[in-house]
Design a protein around this ligand. Structure first.
Ligand SMILES: Cc1ncc(COP(=O)(O)O)c(C=O)c1O
Length: 474
């Protein structure tokens, strides 16, 4: 039996990059090429001890050891992308380094031109904005529903998309974030039907939802609902390593795939990490296996357990789909009476050694992951119960309550024009009435408060507490 067949037998799933990398590890060569640490021999010993010699041995880049290339995709990388396309139901899948950010940038750069319009939700990720700065396309903002009590943006209504398409021509594409960071789902099926009627491609930023394809207990993925292209941050919830993502092109996509591929090549590093690419291959293989599906069902049942337990609590609440929209059950957004999300986050962190996904003034987000055990959830529930019974005070919250930014922008200049205009930095208090020159975003998940070209008003000030100075147009 060859090494490769042995591995296939052991893992029972096909993962070509993982297999090729293992083969390279087991058959080391005398290395006179990058990376210069040369299998860790040139690394700081403490670093090598921390991450392990093996990790450094497999830290290589494309073109070496028969591992294939990323641009153009060849060898095991090409095979792995084809397997991913099959698993996600796409015509073509591109592996992305630099996250879904790289996919969003390539979509904007490849598919839009200066002055063309992109219909997109105001709570889009900053990579969508950067894409527009690069290409010169201009946003037509869809203002999603707002769940004021929770301080979060809701879903995008299909009617608002249709209204925009009716009133504007030269629309290059509709670009919807789905779900939101907190798991609120939009009606992509209806939005897609509308886009098709107007002959405009639909891009769905599904960065937070790569798991949907693998369980019938999660919302339907956009590739099954008529989207033309979709980005997935596999590293967020799918089990791959940080920074690795995928861009999928749908079977009957309207978009120019070559243009996107060219943009990806321009935007990507010329030394892609084989370790990150292998982690994408491995994550797809895992999710598509019986083991992965079991992990996902466990994540879903853990989330349901957590929600049931929260239901019994007196002062802690979870965001439920009681406004008539769908949610992703694995994203549990909670809030507590009298406590800001940030204060609740620090109580969990300091008193209970628990780290959450994110926190705002209103609440905090917990992810029930494929890697979490039932015991993890039970511990979390025990701690939340204790918090529920304790009288914590949150003076800061009572005095300075503010929520996620929900302001309708007043656009004075195009994103690209403003970004490249002369600027000056002034104290925040003097910035009212001036035009912003920078992207000011709430991070995570990087939702914009102010963009280049937008008028700064008094209403922005509560969201700018982290800033003493602001860049404005001269
Ligand atoms: C909606 C959305 N799209 C894209 C991204 C960028 O993803 P990545 O971190 O994989 O570059 C994020 C990151 O938080 C996001 O929230």
């Amino acid at each position: 039996m060859t090494n490769v067949t042995k591995i296939k037998k052991a893992t029972k799933v096909q993962a070509p990059i993982v297999e090729a990398l293992k083969k390279a590890y087991e058959n080391p060569t005398y290395q006179f090429h990058i990376p210069g640490h040369t299998k860790g021999n040139g690394s700081l010993p403490e670093f090598k001890k921390l991450i392990g010699r093996k990790a450094l041995c497999v830290d290589t880049t494309d073109e070496f050891d028969n591992l294939g290339t990323l641009h153009p995709a060849t060898g095991p990388i090409k095979e792995a992308q084809e397997l991913a396309a099959k698993a996600f139901g796409a015509k073509k899948t591109f592996f992305l380094l630099n996250g879904s950010t790289a996919g969003n940038l390539a979509l904007a750069m490849g598919l839009t031109k200066k002055g063309q319009k992109i219909i997109t939700n105001r709570n889009c990720h900053r990579s969508v904005l950067t894409g527009m700065i690069i290409s010169g396309a201009e946003p037509l903002w869809l203002i999603p529903n707002r769940f004021e009590e929770w301080g979060i943006w809701g879903n995008v209504s299909p009617e608002s998309v249709e209204e925009m398409l009716k009133t504007h021509d030269d629309v290059a594409m509709v670009w919807i974030t789905n779900p939101t960071y907190e798991g609120v789902v939009s009606d992509i099926k209806s939005i897609s039907a509308i886009c098709k009627r107007y002959g405009v491609p639909l891009i769905v930023d599904e960065a937070h939802a790569c798991l949907w394809n693998f369980s019938k207990h999660l919302p339907t993925p956009a590739l099954q609902l008529g989207a033309d292209a979709v980005v997935h941050s596999l590293h967020k919830t799918g089990g791959s390593m940080s920074q690795s993502s995928m861009l999928h092109i749908a079977e009957n996509s309207l978009i120019d795939v070559d243009a996107v591929e060219k943009a990806l090549k321009l935007l990507h590093t010329t030394s892609p990490s084989l370790m990150l690419l292998a982690s994408l291959d491995a994550a797809r293989a895992n999710l598509d296996s019986a083991r992965g599906r079991k992990q996902l069902e466990r994540a879903i049942s853990n989330a349901k357990y957590l929600r049931r337990e929260i239901e019994q609590m007196e002062h802690i609440y979870d965001l439920k789909p009681d406004f008539g929209y769908l949610t992703d059950v694995t994203k549990v957004f909670i809030r507590a009476d009298g406590l800001s999300g940030k204060r609740l986050e620090s109580i969990l962190e300091i008193d209970f050694n628990i780290e959450v996904e994110s926190a705002s003034d209103a609440g905090l987000l917990l992810l029930s992951n494929i890697g979490n055990t039932k015991a993890d959830m039970e511990y979390l529930v025990k701690c939340l119960k204790q918090i529920d019974k304790t009288q914590y005070s949150d003076i800061c919250y009572l005095e300075k309550k503010k929520h996620m930014p929900m302001l309708t922008p007043i656009i004075k200049k195009s994103l690209r024009e403003a970004y490249y205009s002369p600027k000056e930095t002034i104290p925040k208090e003097l910035a009212i009435g001036r035009i912003s020159a920078e992207v000011i975003a709430e991070c995570p998940p990087g939702i914009a408060i102010l963009l280049p070209g937008e008028l700064i008003t008094e209403a922005h000030l509560p969201y700018l507490t982290d800033y003493d100075f602001i860049e404005v147009l001269k």
